[in-house]
Write a new protein. Structure first.
Length: 350
């Protein structure tokens, strides 16, 4: 076991010092683009300022025949685009793939100063993070980087979910987790072919009326397939000071159900979700920015609570030390987002 004292020492001579806190930046959407497609690469400078995080995807979705082209496109983006306040991430191929080693070597040694976070798919346990941690340190030292590159893991295997706490705690590089509902469904042998979202077959049915017949006409209520995993992921992340995200929603045309899925994740504690299409950028921006009416209410409670202790009645509702903390969560997120977005600052009255 590593000593706690060693945790913040670089894992390679010449590598930058590990961070003690994850930098908290607006992270409402991780917008995916395929760096193998020249037309898309040309649009990155226009897309980047409108999103919180832009991610060059090297993994699933990029055909095996295009993996090298995607890596070259990523390097081109990393060396030519000015990202301003937007974070630049990449999703590397998985650790068991033939591409990972070349992906990580190229990303760190050629554009490591531009990359904030590497997303690692199909993480199964702390051992995967330990491997990436040491390798990144070696490559950072070789590249002479001043800032450590952070790691974001995708939770998309049953073993990963079972080990989620140890994954979050495995390295000071851990920035956050995303739920990967497609791979996770396949790995668990869940019988859904959808990428995220609900399923009409996963439901509960209301009881028959007193003495009533057993019919299939009684109302049913669709349930959330992802509730358990998202809630578990949020607890593991928060307990380790890192950030939870919902992942992909594959039905691009169903903007309404996408918004519902994102909102469930937001209400449960996630800071953002993936956007796979420009239509999902605005959904994420809307959902993961607190509602101005909620912010106004939270500001009223905080003001009415004075030093934040005791209990008061406001509009017929009890507020106390705990509810004022709930309100502070909403107001501090609003303030943080308003710093980057003048329209939000006006909507929130800051
Ligand atoms: C994402 O990578 C997923 O598998 O859902
Ligand atoms: Mg996946």
């Amino acid at each position: 076991m590593r000593s706690a004292k060693d945790f913040f020492r670089p894992l390679a001579v010449g590598a930058p010092e590990p961070l003690r806190e994850i930098p908290v930046k607006p992270s409402r959407m991780i917008h995916f683009f395929p760096p193998s497609v020249e037309k898309v690469v040309a649009k990155v400078p226009d897309i980047a300022p409108g999103v919180d995080i832009i991610l060059g995807n090297l993994e699933d979705g990029v055909p095996a025949s295009d993996k090298e082209r995607a890596r070259a496109g990523l390097i081109q983006v990393g060396t030519t685009v000015d990202f301003g306040a937007t974070q630049f991430w990449t999703r590397l191929n998985s650790l068991d793939s033939p591409w990972f080693l070349d992906d990580v070597t190229a990303a760190v040694t050629e554009i490591g100063d531009a990359i904030d976070v590497v997303m690692i798919p199909k993480v199964e346990g702390a051992e995967d993070i330990h491997y990436v941690d040491r390798l990144l340190a070696q490559l950072e030292a070789r590249a002479g980087l001043d800032e450590p590159i952070l790691v974001h893991a995708i939770l998309e295997t049953a073993r990963g979910v079972a080990n989620v706490e140890e994954i979050c705690a495995a390295s000071p590089r851990m920035q956050g987790l995303s739920l990967g509902p497609a791979d996770l469904a396949a790995n668990r042998r869940m019988k859904t072919t959808r990428v995220g979202g609900g399923h009409p077959g996963y439901l509960v049915r209301s009881d028959p009326a007193d003495g009533g017949a057993i019919t299939d006409e009684r109302p049913t209520f669709q349930q959330d397939l992802w509730h358990y995993t998202i809630a578990r992921m949020v607890d593991a992340c928060v307990a380790n000071g890192i950030l939870p995200f919902y992942g992909p929603f594959g039905d691009i045309a169903d903007t309404v159900a996408c918004e519902d899925q994102f909102r469930n994740a937001y209400l449960l504690g996630c800071v953002g979700a993936w956007s796979l299409h420009p239509a999902q950028i605005d959904i994420a921006k809307r959902v993961f920015s607190p509602d101005p009416a909620e912010v106004a209410h939270a500001k009223r409670v905080i003001e009415a609570m004075g030093d934040g202790t005791g209990a008061i009645m406001l509009d017929g509702k009890m507020e106390d030390d705990a509810s004022v903390k709930q309100c502070q969560v909403v107001v501090s997120l609003a303030r943080h987002l308003a710093e980057r977005d003048p329209e939000l600052a006006t909507a929130y009255g800051f």
